[in-house]
Design a protein. Sequence first.
Length: 322
Amino acid sequence: MHGGSRHLTQLPIFAISLILLLYYSSLPFYLSFVSVALSVPLLYLGTEALHSASMELSHRLGLSARNSGQYLLSVASVVDEIALVAVAVVYRQDSIALGAILGSSVVTLAAFLLIMPWAVPEGIRQFRRDGIFLVVPAALLLLATFLPQGQEIYGTGMLAVAAAYVVLSRSGTGDETVEGEVAPPGGLVSALSCASVVVGAWLLVRSTESISMHYSLNPLVASFIVAGIVESLPEIVMLAISLVRDPSETSTGIVSGSSIYKATAILAVPLLAGQVLIGGYHRIPALFLITALLFLAYTFFRQRKISVAVTLTVLVVSAFLL
């Protein structure tokens, strides 16, 4: 789809979503699922335009493929999570923010681990440090479910891990530089994209809240299932785009960088707010830790059949046991 027709499609979806959002409190429950469906193209179209702008900026700055993926493209791929967390905190729905972050992290990592053996046949050994930075916050979060008191301490620890990741990752520059976009989005398109991400995230928070209340689900669980899947789609799409356009290091950098930012800096926000009812909910953080450990394990071997078999086995068994 060309840029012009794509953004012509984005305008009516944005307008309909904005109307639904303004009158959401008086809408029937079934429109909650319509709202979830509308949030998908809003988040995708908005994030894709920001991806293009980030590619152009990476080219102008002369960033390597790996650093472009870790610093700019990975941040662009999580703007929807940033918007969702901001909206959720305003609505005092911090559990929804946490569930969405964990859900999107698990789905994105699982998707990457399944396609990685073919997309990056040379392996991801150079991302071993990234794997460690994924495991540490996942382990901290699982610990928080057993010792939920002092969430602010865990949140501060997440921020410290994020800062350490940014500083230490600067040493890995890579060789290939990123090519710029043929036609990067203009100012109006970028503004519409940012607005679409905010409206899509806002609509997703409201609809997830309605679904959790209607079915008497814990907001953390409902958000993990509903918002987590929706929020992971932009990252998976950006991963696919990067595999087509860019070096493999960029694609792996997007996955590792975005997952680490979500698991540290973004995850710290609801924890610092202190409104997350996380005590006793061990299964979801445990599943996140399992996927993080799989990512780290893949930095030690690259056999395709073993990689796919291990991923499918672990994820299926985890889904039943957890």
